[in-house]
Design a protein. Sequence first.
Length: 132
Amino acid sequence: MMFCAVGTGPCPGRWCGAQKGITDIDGSSGTADVLDLRPLPGSERPPAAGVAVPGSPLPPDALIEVTLVLNRHAEIPESAPVTGLPREEFVREYGADSADVDLVTQTMSSSGLRVLEVDPPSRRIRVAGSVA
């Protein structure tokens, strides 16, 4: 399930809310003291095949790791060449936007999570923290 930070207007499916000390996606300063995360409609996914779903809630001190996948800087057009595009050009055109990477890593860190890995070319950010 994906979540949207709410606080400054309708969520376009990117991190768009405000938190104290963080600049919003539209460039305005955040004013909320608490990050208000809400599920993005249509982002629910069933558990992956072969993954056991616990029958009871995890203890609050249980540690989990999560991989976040960010939006591309731009959508890949159907007319894009399948091969022959240099990696640097592909990353520049279609990787994660650096502003999104910065905002997500700041938000995760300020929420008490450890940022374990950031990989803008694959658009992935891996974080860890307690269930609580």
